[in-house]
Design a protein around this ligand. Structure first.
Ligand code: SAH
Length: 252
């Protein structure tokens, strides 16, 4: 029997991205962070998946990017794509859990992380990663965020179960400020980042995924859970999105 993790890898490995986002959104965050004019940047892209954002950063910046994920299969895919695009000399992959990073203190100019910090929790992640950033270094993370002060009960109940740390941008910004960061910019991801770049391509992979796994109960359960999440998002997209938070590490 294939494990649930192996099934999830199989469903997501052929995707351009493993969470809501977009190359244009990554470029917007780069511009808001003011990174374009800088040279010799040391960047870590944490929870990079198959590297949608890693590739944009390596292509547009004068930088070396360490692409971190705990799934070696995703990193292999990224390595292949980096070689094909002539970016391999700028990208190093590192297979470690995000809460066990071994970067030197104050060694990074930029910490990037799209759709991944929830795996250790936003507050814990930004606290732990701060020591790796140089003072004045940039943190750019996307994090699931409430867009309104009140939400439909059905949506609240879903996310209370999935990720109780979900909160409004003002609450997330307060956490950044009390953890030694100063906000540069915030914007919510447009719905196309979910529908066009994430859910629709995933929906198109469901038939072949189910076929490969003989329509097993485990594979069907994964598809059903994804469909449920998509359905909720489609009905309630005005209440929830990812927020992109761009901040600098303040001095101690
Ligand atoms: N940043 C990518 C992937 C987002 S999906 C994108 O935007 O497309 C979240 C990623 O975090 C997955 O690739 C998953 O393998 C990785 N991940 C989950 N838990 C992790 C952990 N504890 N340590 C490191 N990576 C983790």
């Amino acid at each position: 029997m294939t494990s649930e993790l192996d099934l999830l890898i199989d469903l997501h490995i052929d995707a351009e991205r493993q969470g809501p986002g977009g190359d244009d959104v990554t470029r917007l965050a780069v511009a808001l962070a003011g990174l374009g004019a800088l040279s010799g940047l040391e960047i870590a892209d944490i929870g990079c998946g198959t590297g949608a954002s890693t590739l944009v950063l390596a292509e547009h910046l004068d930088a070396r990017v360490t692409a971190v994920d705990f799934l070696p299969a995703f990193l292999e895919r990224l390595g292949l794509e980096a070689r094909q695009r002539g970016l391999a000399d700028r990208i190093t992959t590192l297979a470690v859990p995000m809460d066990e990073l071994g970067f030197e203190p104050e060694s990074l100019d930029v910490i990037w992380s799209e759709g991944a910090i929830y795996n250790m929790g936003f507050a814990a992640g930004i606290r732990k990663w701060r020591e790796f950033l140089k003072p004045g270094g940039v943190l750019a993370v996307s994090e699931i965020t409430w867009l309104t002060d009140e939400r439909p009960a059905e949506l609240e109940a879903h996310w209370a179960e999935e990720y109780p740390e979900i909160a409004t941008a003002s609450a997330k910004i307060a956490i950044l400020e009390s953890t030694g960061y100063s906000l540069i910019s915030y914007f919510p991801l447009p719905s196309g980042c979910w529908l066009d770049h994430y859910y629709r391509p995933m929906r198109e992979r469901f038939p072949s995924f189910l076929e490969r796994h003989g329509h097993s109960a485990e594979a069907r359960a994964i598809v059903d859970a994804e469909r449920h999440e998509m359905d909720l998002y489609e009905r309630y997209s005005s209440f929830v999105s990812y927020g992109f938070y761009i901040a600098t590490r303040t001095d101690d």
